[in-house]
Write a protein that binds this ligand. Sequence first.
Ligand SMILES: CC(C)(COP(=O)(O)OP(=O)(O)OC[C@H]1O[C@@H](n2cnc3c(N)ncnc32)[C@H](O)[C@@H]1OP(=O)(O)O)[C@@H](O)C(=O)NCCC(=O)NCCS
Length: 197
Amino acid sequence: MADETRHPPTIDLQGARLRPLRMSDAAAFYAYLRDPAVTELTSYPVVSLPMVEAMIERYLRRWAEGELSKWGIALQHEDQLVGTCGFNEWSKVHRWAELAYDLAQAHWGTGRMRQAVDAVLQWTYQQDQIDRVHAYVRVDNRRSERLLQRSGFVREGCLRRYRIARGQPHDFYIYGLLRSDWEAARLDSEPTKPASR
Ligand SMILES: CC(C)(COP(=O)(O)OP(=O)(O)OC[C@H]1O[C@@H](n2cnc3c(N)ncnc32)[C@H](O)[C@@H]1OP(=O)(O)O)[C@@H](O)C(=O)NCCC(=O)NCCS
């Protein structure tokens, strides 16, 4: 897996693509993270441009070191960054990874993140080192919960006062999707073959 993870693939979505982040994405990333609606229900701190640059550096370094990390979501025509999707953490020992994502508000409700999450899951489960993907969602982040539910994640519990976001403690749900759940859902959605006579 190390070779694949050192070079995150570009994956086409409808009208957009998942592609490696670049340092030149910092301004667009900062522009949408400055929008309080985007960070309101997350554990992001108040961000500055240098913090966003440092985040991109960290994501790129993690890929380079053979770790799973984040992709950029860019519009197909302009290549403008409108979101990120990928992994905050990866335990090689326990074979899980923590999914995280964010999208510029102008693109909410377009199904882009659903496509991005599904593509990341497909790529990840095609590799052979992950059996579980999970995500932490603030209990008041209904959009994110619905997104995970539609992608097949199951709510596994509530972690009370799990993270402090901009000075306030918050409860988070943990959502998980096992490789076996994902494979079963794919089998269910495959068209049934006509019975042979
Ligand atoms: C989370 C995020 C990626 C979801 O993407 P999105 O494009 O907004 O998702 P959608 O518009 O498709 O909405 C998702 C679902 O929530 C529902 N929804 C939207 N607004 C809602 C609200 N205020 N209350 C309840 N449900 C809501 C939608 O109807 C949809 O459900 P459906 O598919 O059953 O109709 C996006 O909102 C985002 O980036 N938010 C800021 C960052 C963030 O919260 N990241 C996740 C941290 S865990």
